[in-house]
Design a protein around this ligand. Structure first.
Ligand code: WT7
Length: 633
């Protein structure tokens, strides 16, 4: 495989080249792809506006590179291998030729329903092959996909549809998740009450449950596909034309639509995929993420398909029918590379070793983790029980905004250190700064993690609000991209991500803004004010701790807790439900009215003796009350 790094020494020399001359470095990677017209200039950028352009005036279609380009050499190789929710049902595979055909047909179906280049199409679907096909079909015709994780509520879906003004929604009647089935179409119906911009809803039949079809708006996927041809010329896209929007939470306001463009994203996801995981021809690669998150976009769909890999997609959950499901799938499909989240590892570890023991997992060669810091205990279990001490673990650090993995070992080459993401990929230039933005040089240090130079898949804007993009990522420290993460660099220069330094929390690898959860709880009638913080949680990594002030305090607290949970589920989705709700009569505020979250965090962590200086508070006595009512871990 070209451009694959084959040793640690080679990594060091590639890294050096990438920093000394980024433009020729990335041009040499981009040359491997099919371009309809070559680029005039590799890069123009400034982090001030910000304005970042890669492969300027280059024309391409990413699906031509995911599909057409492979037809000659690997048309009969499996591209997508799909494992259904129910282990009694058959797995289904699509070869590159079959996937090509399905994508073209689906692209024609979208066109027949009025989709055009530049339109935003919302995809709200379960983890079935048609989800991946729909994503690629949008890209085929130059429509911008906005995939919304199917665990989000009707309200959250409506917010995302409205924000980027979608005209089409793709969904299914229902979704299977373990023993449950979820009425997806009903959720779409509820959300569309406030989304007049939607002209068409295309509904795939998955569960067969009854749905209401609105005349003139809703059509069945299988009907629409019937007459579609499997010929669809890929639409010519500029390298900087938008490929997709993906919503993610920040420390303030509503989730923002992170925008990724075509050329740079293509080059970087392919390069990072094959190098981090050291993909070999014929390997079966499985990433357990949902396509509703960036991990699924970059490392279930685009990175693997661009590399000509076989990518496994799983519809179900790790604990159904039992906590051995992941390992059954590894055994059944001879998975060679397995990529999951620390929270899943901790949850399965807690179920007991009997679910791993006895499964033949000798096919495994590389293990990966993503989404949150991995603690040493989980790392050791993963290494010993899953990897049989035989598989390098790549702890991959990145973000929705980075598009691809930025800091990670290259499997088998980079020396590992548990809980360390280790070293930047070629082309990635991290630095640590103190709170004033001054660079912290040398090793054995800790600071705020920034990037000083763009890589090809860096965020370009936040949809419809470029100023928000500038403010959030490019204004905290001048001329730097700020990640929002804290980070250590050890004596040997290895990086360890320590977690968010802003008001973002990471619950089971899902990123949530504390402000967003507060707003949802505040919607509840009897709530005056709320403050939400994260606290260490054995399985989830972080749990959600909410301090709530009520209008009338003499209500049944258990009932009110239940109702707050349903409010959060209704407004955001079950993933954001608080684990703990403490009713209080006041919150610690400064004289200017700012909530002192530092204090609330310490109390939630159970470190009530380490609150620090509280004399600047408007009313220090509330702290005593909160401390005495704190819910133990
Ligand atoms: C945040 C980004 C990128 C895919 C999944 C999450 C945290 C991510 C790691 C890791 C420690 C990690 C960071 C980051 N994070 N990977 N290997 N070690 N922390 O994407 O939802 O955009 O969240 O997840 O805090 O900022 P996301």
């Amino acid at each position: 495989m070209s451009n694959k790094i084959n040793s640690f020494e080679e990594y060091l020399s590639e890294y050096k080249k990438s920093v000394e001359d980024p433009e020729s470095f990335w041009a040499s990677k981009a040359e491997d792809f099919e371009w309809m017209k070559p680029w005039d200039k590799v890069l123009e950028w400034n982090f001030k506006e910000p304005k970042i352009e890669w492969f300027i005036n280059g024309k391409l279609n990413i699906t031509q590179n995911c599909l057409d380009r492979h037809l000659h050499s690997r048309g009969d190789q499996v591209a997508i291998l799909w494992e259904p929710n129910d282990p009694k049902d058959n797995a289904i595979s699509f070869t590159y030729s079959e996937l090509y055909e399905q994508v073209c047909k689906t692209a024609n179906m979208l066109k027949n329903n009025g989709a055009k280049k530049g339109d935003r199409i919302c995809i709200y679907m379960p983890m079935i092959p048609e989800l991946a096909i729909a994503v690629l079909a949008c890209a085929r015709i130059g429509a911008i996909h906005s995939v919304v994780f199917a665990g989000f509520s009707a309200k959250a879906l409506a917010d995302r549809i409205q924000d980027c003004d979608c005209n089409i929604v793709l969904t299914s009647d229902g979704a299977y998740r373990g023993a449950k089935s979820i009425a997806l179409k009903k959720i779409v119906d509820d959300s569309l009450v406030t989304c007049p911009m939607i002209d068409t809803v295309i509904v795939l039949k998955r569960t067969g449950e009854p749905v209401t079809m609105e005349e003139g708006r809703d059509v069945w996927w299988h009907d629409e596909m019937k007459e579609c041809s499997s010929d669809c010329t890929p639409t010519e896209m500029d390298a900087e034309d938008e490929l997709f929007i993906l919503y993610t939470s920040g420390s303030t306001g509503k989730p923002k639509g992170v925008v990724h463009t075509t050329g740079g994203y293509m080059v970087y996801t392919e390069y990072s995929f094959k190098n981090v995981f050291q993909y070999n021809e014929g390997d079966i690669y499985w990433c357990t993420a949902d396509i509703g998150w960036i991990t699924g976009h970059s490392y279930i769909i685009y990175g693997p398909l661009l590399s000509g890999a076989t990518t496994l997609m799983f519809e179900g959950v790790p604990t159904w029918p039992d906590a051995g499901r992941f390992w059954d799938i590894v055994e059944k499909h001879n998975v060679n590379i397995f990529y999951t989240a620390p929270t899943a590892i901790r949850a399965l570890q807690a179920c007991g070793d009997e679910f791993v023991n006895g499964r033949d997992m000798n096919s495994l060669r590389v293990l990966g983790t993503v989404g949150e810091p991995i603690n040493e205990e989980a790392w050791t279990w993963y290494n010993e029980k899953v990897g049989n001490k035989n598989c390098p673990i790549v702890d991959t650090w990145w973000q929705t905004e980075t598009g691809g993995i930025l800091i990670s070992p290259l499997a088998g080459h980079t020396p590992l250190k548990p809980s360390y993401a280790t070293l930047p990929l070629p082309g990635v230039q991290p630095l640590l700064v103190d709170n004033e933005g001054k660079e912290i040089e040398g090793n054995g240090v800790e600071g705020n993690l920034c990037m000083k130079f763009p890589w090809p898949s860096i965020i370009r804007t936040t949809y419809g609000d470029h100023e928000r993009c500038r403010q959030t990522y490019f204004s905290t420290y001048e001329n730097l991209y700020f990640t929002g993460d804290g980070c250590k660099r050890d004596e040997n220069g290895l990086y360890r991500i320590t977690g968010r330094v802003d008001d973002v929390i990471n619950v089971s690898g899902h990123r949530l803004g504390t402000a967003e959860i507060e707003d949802a709880i505040d919607e509840y009638d009897n709530v005056v004010e709320t403050a939400v913080v994260g606290y260490p949680h054995a399985i989830k990594g972080q749990g959600v701790y909410a301090y709530v002030i009520c209008h009338s305090p003499d209500v049944d607290h258990d009932l009110m807790r239940q109702e707050i949970l349903s409010k959060v589920t209704e407004i955001i989705g079950p993933i954001a439900k608080p684990d703990k709700i403490q009713f209080v009569t006041g919150l610690p505020k400064t004289r200017s009215g700012k909530i002192m979250r530092r204090i609330l965090r310490k109390i939630a962590e159970g470190e009530t003796d380490k609150l620090g200086d509280i004399t600047t508070l408007l009313d220090p006595s509330v702290v005593e009350e909160i401390k005495s009512g704190a819910l133990s871990n």
